[in-house]
Design a protein around this ligand. Structure first.
Ligand SMILES: Nc1ncnc2c1ncn2[C@@H]1O[C@H](COP(=O)(O)OP(=O)(O)O)[C@@H](O)[C@H]1O
Ligand SMILES: [Mg+2]
Length: 444
C-alpha cells in the first residue's frame, strides 16, 4: 500500500543556520515527486526528515495522514536508496536482497520474493555475485532491489545515479521510471540534475537555499516558472536572462529596453503585456528561452515577433540543431545561487566560463555603445563593437537554430523574438509576465 507524505511548514536548523525553511509539500499516494536544486539547498535533509534519520526542528510530518514526526524510522515503512550503494560487501546479491526480509521473518530464505524482485530489476543472473564482482550500475540495481524487496509504502532515493557514468545514468533512469510505476509506490527522488528531474517526475519540486520555490509537473515548470531561479534552473541550454527596463510612454508603443536595443511589444498589447505598464521605468529581468529567438530579417516577422540584431560570438554544431551564441549589446542578469552549481550555458570547452574580466568587458561594451533612440525603431543593428571588445565579450543570447542557417563568427544576424514566449521577472525575481494566475487581469 502506498501512502501520502505531507510536510507542513517543516524546518531544519543546524545551530543558527536553517538547512530547510518552512517547506510545505504534499506527495500523493503513488506519486513520483522529484526534489531538484543545487548542491547544499537542503534536498537530502528533507528526505532524511521523511525517513526519520533527522529530527524536524519545526513543523510537522504526516505519513498516510497520520502524524509521523515522532515515529521511529524502522516503523515508518519507508525504504531509502543512497548515492553510495549501501550493500553488505560479504553478502551475495541474493543475501543482500533477502536481508530486510529476513530481519522481519528469519524463518525462511524468502526465495520467491527475492526472485520476483530480481526479475523486476533484471538482475536474476547476478544473484550469486558479491558486490565487488559487479559494476556500479549493477550494484545500484541490487541496492534498489534490497530497498524494494519488502514492498515499502514510501520509496526515497537520494541521487541514486550520480556516481554512475552518463550512459548508464540514462539507461537506469528509464529503468527506475519503469520499476517505480510497476510498484505504484509513493516515491521521492532527489537530484541536482534538471534533465533527470524533468524526465522522471510526475511533479518536480525545486528548492533553493532551504526554501521550496515551486512544485509543478515538468511541463508547467518549464512553461510557467514562478521565478527567475526556477526559469534558469530548468532547461538546457539555459534561458537567456537579460537586464531590461520597461519603457511605457503614455502616448507611444511599449517596449523593453535591453541596453543597446529595444524589444517593441506588438500592438494591440496582450493582457500580459498590458500588465507590464505599471513597471514603467523599473529594472526587470527579461527571459527568452533559446527557442523563442530565430534568425530572420524583419520582413519575415510573424505577428507577435519583434526584430533585433546580434553579432555571432560562437557557434555550437550539435548535429540535429545549432546553438548560436550572440552579442546583442545587452547585459546578462546574474541569478545568485545558480552560477556556482551549473555552468551558464552547457557549452563545450571552446567556451570559457564567465569570468570577472568578461563581465567588465561586457559592461564596457554596453556602456560605450549604448545609443537609445527616442522612439523604438525596427530592427536596429547593433552599433559597431570594436573588434578587441567583440572577442572578449561573452555572448548574452543563445538561440536554437536548425542546421540550415550558415552563420559565421563575427557576422551580424537579424533576429526575430517571439514575444508570446517572453518572460519578465521583477527586480526580486518573481515572474510578472506571463502574469501569475492569481493576479487579476486589470483590463477585464
Ligand atoms: N549534520 C549537519 N550539520 C550541519 N549542517 C548540515 C548537516 N547536514 C547538512 N547540513 C547543511 O545543510 C544544508 C543542506 O544540506 P543537504 O540537505 O545535504 O543539501 P543537498 O542534499 O541539497 O545537497 C547544507 O548547507 C549543509 O551544509
Ligand atoms: Mg544531498
Amino acid at each position: 500500500m502506498s501512502r501520502a507524505i505531507e510536510l507542513r511548514e517543516v524546518s531544519k536548523r543546524y545551530g543558527d543556520t536553517y538547512a530547510v525553511r518552512r517547506v510545505s509539500l504534499t506527495v500523493e499516494p503513488g506519486e513520483f515527486l522529484v526534489l531538484l536544486g543545487p548542491s547544499g539547498c537542503g534536498k537530502s535533509t528533507v528526505l532524511r526528515m521523511i525517513a526519520g534519520l533527522e529530527d524536524i526542528t519545526e513543523g510537522e510530518l504526516l505519513l498516510g495522514g497520520e502524524p509521523a514526526s515522532d515515529v521511529l524510522p524502522r516503523e515508518r515503512d519507508i525504504a531509502m536508496v543512497f548515492q553510495s550503494f549501501a550493500l553488505y560487501p560479504s553478502m551475495t546479491t541474493r543475501e543482500n536482497i533477502a536481508f530486510p526480509l529476513r530481519l522481519r521473518d528469519p524463518s525462511t530464505d524468502h526465495d520467491d520474493e527475492v526472485r520476483t524482485t530480481a526479475r523486476m530489476l533484471a538482475i536474476e543472473d547476478l544473484l550469486e555475485r558479491l558486490p565487488a564482482q559487479m559494476s556500479g550500475g549493477e550494484r545500484q540495481r541490487v541496492a534498489m532491489g534490497r530497498a524494494i524487496s519488502r514492498r515499502p509504502s514510501v520509496f526515497l532515493l537520494d541521487e541514486p545515479l550520480s556516481s554512475l557514468d552518463a550512459k548508464l545514468r540514462g539507461h537506469l533512469r528509464a529503468e527506475i521510471a519503469r520499476i517505480v510505476a510497476e510498484l505504484g509506490v509513493t516515491t521521492v527522488y532527489v537530484t541536482h540534475d534538471q534533465a533527470e528531474a524533468m524526465s522522471l517526475g510526475d511533479r518536480v519540486a525545486v528548492m533553493r537555499d532551504g526554501v521550496l520555490q515551486q512544485a509543478s509537473p515538468p511541463r508547467e515548470l518549464y512553461a510557467r516558472p514562478a521565478n527567475v531561479f526556477v526559469a534558469a534552473f530548468v532547461g538546457t541550454p539555459r534561458i537567456n536572462l537579460l537586464e531590461g527596463v520597461v519603457h511605457a510612454p503614455l502616448d507611444g508603443p511599449m517596449a523593453l529596453d535591453l541596453g543597446r536595443q529595444r524589444l517593441c511589444l506588438p500592438q494591440p498589447l496582450t493582457t500580459d503585456h498590458q500588465l507590464l505598464r505599471i513597471q514603467q521605468g523599473r529594472p526587470v529581468i527579461v527571459g527568452l528561452r533559446p527557442e523563442a529567438v530565430r534568425i530572420g530579417p524583419p520582413s519575415q516577422a510573424r505577428p507577435g515577433e519583434a526584430a533585433i540584431g546580434g553579432i555571432v560570438e560562437h557557434v555550437e554544431y550539435l548535429g540535429h540543431e545549432v546553438l548560436v551564441h550572440l552579442n546583442t549589446g545587452s547585459r546578462r542578469a546574474v541569478v545568485p545561487d545558480l552560477e556556482s552549481s551549473r555552468p551558464a550555458v552547457d557549452a563545450g570547452p571552446a567556451r570559457p566560463a564567465r569570468r570577472p574580466w568578461i563581465d567588465r568587458a561586457l559592461h564596457r561594451v554596453n556602456s560605450v555603445v549604448v545609443s537609445r533612440s527616442s522612439a523604438p525603431g525596427p530592427a536596429q543593428q547593433p552599433a559597431a563593437v570594436p573588434p578587441e571588445r567583440r572577442t572578449t565579450a561573452a555572448g548574452d543570447l543563445v538561440l536554437r537554430s536548425g542546421p540550415e542557417h550558415r552563420v559565421r563568427v563575427g557576422g551580424h544576424v537579424p533576429l526575430l523574438v517571439d514575444l508570446e514566449r517572453l518572460y519578465v521577472f521583477d527586480h526580486t525575481g518573481l515572474r510578472i509576465c506571463p502574469a501569475p494566475d492569481r493576479m487579476p487581469a486589470l483590463h477585464t
